[in-house]
Structure formats: C-alpha cells, structure tokens
Design a protein around this ligand. Structure first.
Ligand SMILES: O=P(O)(O)OC[C@@]1(O)O[C@H](CO)[C@@H](O)[C@@H]1O
Length: 409
C-alpha cells in the first residue's frame, strides 16, 4: 500500500503549555505537578527520590527541562536525540506532547525504574491502576454477562452480530472516559454509564462502516493500540473476546507500553494482572471471560506486544519501519484514547473541520480511532456540530463527555 509518509497538508502549530488559558497550560502547570506529587504520596520511595519528584513538580510551571541521566533504559540514546532540539527550554515552551511523554519518562528516571536495584521495575502508578479495577466490579459483571449473551446469539445465528459489535465499540469508546491521569478511580464512578443514553455524545460515529469493513474479508487480523489499564482495558478485552469468539477476527494483537506512562497506560503486565483478576472473580461470566482470554493467549489468537515507539514523543507518522511493516499485516488498526489520537494528529492546532483522512493519510492499513475528547485537538467535525457544541457544552474538548469513532479506510 503506497501511502504518503506524512499528512497531506501543511502542519499547523503544536499545542504548548504557554497557550494562555488553555487546558494544555492547566495540564503542564497544575495537573502534571499534581501527578508527580501523587507519586510521592502513593509510594514509599526514599527521601532523595521524593525530593527529586518535588523538584520536578516545582519546575514545571516556569522552570526548564532537566537532562535525562543515563539510567540504563534501552530508550536512553533515543531520548538524548529527542531532547536535543529542546535543551535549555522551559516546560511550557516545548510542544505539549513532548513535555508530557518526557515528564513520565523523567519520573521513571528519578525513581530508578531502569536501574538494577531496589526500585527496578516498580510501577509508580500501580495503586491507581489496581484501584481502578476494584472500583468497577459491578459494570465488569454486567459487561461480561452481556458479552456471553452476544456470543451465544452470534454462534446460534451462525454469523457474527454487527449490532453487538457496534455496542462493544461504544463500550470501548466510553471505557476511555475512565482515565486516571484525569480522574481518580473513585471520583463519581465514571465506569457506570448507559451506552444508549450516550449516543448523542458521539460527534462522529462510523461504527457501522467498521462492521462492514470487518465482514468484507474472513479471518481478519485486528491490531489494537491500547490505552488505559483498569476498566477501559476490561472493555477492550471484552471487545477482543467478542471479535475472536464471534468470527469477526481470527487473530488480535495488542500493542502495549513498554514502561509505565500517562498514569494508567496499559503494559503487558497489566493485561496479565487483569487476566488474573477476571479468572479469580467469583462471578461465573467474569471467570469465563478470563478463561477465554487465557485460551486465546495460549493459542496465539491473541498476541501481546510492546514497542518503545508507544512511549516516545514521536508523531504517528514518524513510526519506525518495523512497526509500519507489522501494522501493514492488519485488516484494521484500532487506536484507543486521547493521547494516541493526539499522536495521530501530531498534537497540533488543526482546523476542527479538516478532513480526518487528509491528516491521517500515512497508515499502512485501515484505522479506526475510538477517542473521548480530553484535549484541545480535533479534526473531521462538521461546522454545524461545532456551532451546537459551543453553546451546549463550552468544555466539550476536554471534559471527557464527548467521543468520536472515526474510520480511515
Ligand atoms: O490517552 P487517554 O488516557 O485517553 O488521555 C490521556 C490525556 O489526553 O488525558 C489528559 C488530559 O488531556 C492528558 O494529560 C493526556 O494526554
């Protein structure tokens, strides 16, 4: 597939923390310092580590990027290259996506995540990830029970149900609302929502086109660029279970983060933790989904993979050839969440009515983005929708109440 290697259009400016009054400014100057201080509260690191975390929190609003000391991380040399253009700049003056990805990598540098000593491999966000799952047990039971019913119906009908697939796309979309970098697992439980009442909050809904694409060919391979652990991962795993069990897909790859980042982004270890959580649950339908997950992993129908590109500050169109070649084997790439969506658009100020496919013109396979809006980046929206939103909900870009299901075929 000869696709252009970058978007078809001139690139607008990137979001930066010095954009006065923006959510980006609020994130860099207030939310990210709070996230660093929460790492102190939720772990038992040494006073030296905690002092360095506090220093990081203090420097974000008006201070300068600190260098990355060589911590034996396999990505250290890459980060040396990424940092070069931004050395001696302020956190608020560098592109937000760079600032945020570097911020999380710096936290691991400070907590010695990569060093072969006491703190090696300690996930600074583990407590929040695990609480996220425990807090969502009721909707988890409901969803697993529903998936079983939809699977039974599809098997009885002898063909996969498109309406069930669409419903599970909606669950995967709204599961992204529970994102721990924004809300704790317990703040007015965002995992209990009714997907039917949320239909009007989907600004672009190309879910039916996704079902048509997946019924075009048999034995599809589907690749998920995964986002958050916790309830969102449960929603994704339920969608994966249905795709594999109903016959929409023959194989699914989950592309996961190689180290902790963005507080709740899922790693391979988080999938295994979720697998154990499901299998050990007392509810039979939850247990059954966990057992099918184990069977699919054992048989190779479900593959877990990780790559340092997913924790890099690079835009999606800067993806390494190895990953392009891998994703090129897919019949559909499912890109989950807000940060991955920002990476698709290079975290830049595109006109919101810019055609989505004119920006995301570089992928080697069809792609659908399932994203709840939590940042001031958007594309592919109709002018009349924008006019209504400005009146209906001035915070529509960042409050996680609105979503898109956008397909580039
Ligand atoms: O990728 P997710 O988990 O959906 O959202 C992550 C994120 O977009 O949410 C926050 C608010 O915008 C940002 O700090 C971060 O980039």
């Amino acid at each position: 597939m000869n696709k252009p290697q970058i978007p078809n259009l001139p690139l607008p400016a990137p979001l930066v923390g010095s954009d006065a009054g923006s959510f980006t400014e609020f994130t860099v100057t207030q939310r990210m310092p709070d996230i660093a201080r929460r790492v102190i509260r939720e772990n038992s690191f040494t006073s030296e580590i905690n002092q360095s975390l506090e220093k990081l929190a203090l420097e974000l609003p008006s201070g300068y990027l600190q260098p990355l000391t060589n911590d034996s991380g396999v990505d250290f040399n890459d980060w040396e290259k990424y940092l070069e253009p931004y050395k001696n700049q302020r956190w608020v003056d560098v592109p937000w996506f760079f600032a945020e990805t570097y911020f999380y990598r710096l936290i691991l540098n400070i907590t010695n995540y990569f060093q072969s000593e006491k703190w090696q491999g300690v996930d600074p966000f583990l407590l929040q990830k695990e609480q996220g799952l425990e807090a969502s047990i009721d909707p988890i039971i409901s969803l697993c029970t529903q998936v079983q019913e939809w699977l039974d119906e599809s098997i009885k009908a002898g063909k996969p149900s498109k309406s069930s697939l669409i419903a599970l796309l909606y669950f995967a979309l709204w599961g992204n609302r529970v994102d721990l970098s924004l809300w704790s697992a317990f703040e007015d439980d965002r995992s209990s929502f009714n997907i039917q009442t949320q239909l009007s909050n989907i600004l672009v809904d190309e879910s039916f086109a996704v079902t048509k694409l997946l019924t075009k060919y048999p034995n599809n391979r589907i690749d998920f660029v995964v986002d958050n652990a916790g309830f969102e991962l449960i929603c994704d795993l339920c969608l994966v279970d249905f795709l594999l069990g109903s016959g929409f897909a023959n194989q699914v790859y989950l592309h996961l983060k190689p180290h902790p980042t963005f507080v709740s982004d899922a790693m391979i270890k988080d999938v295994h933790y979720t697998q154990d959580f499901l299998e050990q649950c007392s509810h039979p339908q939850v247990q059954a989904l966990g057992q099918r997950l184990t069977q699919n992993l054992t048989s190779g129908r479900l593959v877990l993979t990780e790559d340092y590109f997913w924790t890099s500050p690079l835009t999606f169109w800067e993806i390494p050839k190895s990953l392009t070649d891998e994703l090129g084997k897919s019949n559909l790439i499912v890109v989950k969440g807000d940060a991955n969506y920002r990476r698709l658009l290079g975290d830049r100020y595109w006109n919101f009515t810019t055609k989505f496919a004119d920006i995301v013109s570089y992928l080697p396979a069809p792609m659908v983005a399932l994203r709840t809006l939590k940042s001031e980046v958007a594309a592919g929206l109709k002018a009349e929708v924008l006019e209504e939103l400005a009146i209906a909900d001035p915070k529509w870009l960042t409050n996680g109440q609105w979503g898109v299901i956008q397909l580039v075929d």
